[in-house]
Design a binder for this molecule. Structure first.
Ligand code: GRF
Length: 200
């Protein structure tokens, strides 16, 4: 079984889109993959409620309780470990998870650690992507699903979606347009990865 572990920090709308796709498309029967855990580094993340309502186990590791990134990441790896044992493999999906992960953590889950970023990478890695795209005069924006590597917002691209930037757009209106596309490409990227894992 592939245990999909989704890490969130906030509203979790990408996580919800993945959960819905997994149910509608019967990922468990088709790809032998189950959403095993939704874990947040913020106790008040709204997405936790959605996960609980859908019967998905949840976990919280409040990063503020840790003295260092290393210490937080060590506990994160510990909590994921049971899902990556006994012949099961964990697929770790970052969905609005607002933390940078240690290089050793990225290494441990190499090739099965995914992120979504709200820009057309390699343009605009980092924060405030929508405002930066508008200020640069871009005519198009978008979102990217990629495998995570040690370098922030880099790594092989799995899926992208493009949206226009319209005159009068604000960072908020553009973010909403991009987010609706994120909800389509993230489940699609995961399915493609699950299919390729199945072929190994
Ligand atoms: C998304 O735009 C994602 O690309 C970015 O943070 C936002 C998270 O939204 N990394 P949500 O928590 O999935 O609703």
């Amino acid at each position: 079984m592939i245990h999909i572990v989704i890490l969130i920090s906030g509203s979790g709308s990408n996580m919800a889109a993945i959960v819905r796709a997994a149910q509608q498309e019967q990922w468990e029967a088709r790809y032998h993959a189950r959403i095993a855990l939704v874990l947040s580094n913020r106790p008040d993340a709204k997405g936790l409620d959605f996960a609980r309502e859908h019967g998905i186990p949840t976990d919280v590791i409040d990063h503020r309780a840790f003295p260092s990134r290393e210490a937080f990441d060590a506990v994160l790896a510990q909590r994921i470990a049971p899902f990556d044992a006994d012949g099961h493999r964990a697929l770790v999906v970052l969905a609005g998870f607002m933390r940078i992960l240690s290089a050793w953590f990225v290494d441990r889950f190499a090739q099965r650690l995914l992120n979504i970023h709200p820009s057309l990478l390699p343009a605009f890695p980092g924060l405030h992507t929508h405002q930066r795209a508008i200020e640069a005069g871009c005519k198009f924006a978008g979102a990217t699903v990629h495998l995570v590597t040690a370098e922030l917002d880099h790594g092989p691209i799995l899926e992208q979606a493009v949206v226009p930037i319209l005159s009068g757009d604000t960072a908020e209106t553009l973010a909403a347009r991009v987010l609706s596309q994120e909800h389509l490409i993230y489940p699609r990227a995961i399915v493609r990865l699950l299919q390729s894992l199945g072929n190994l």
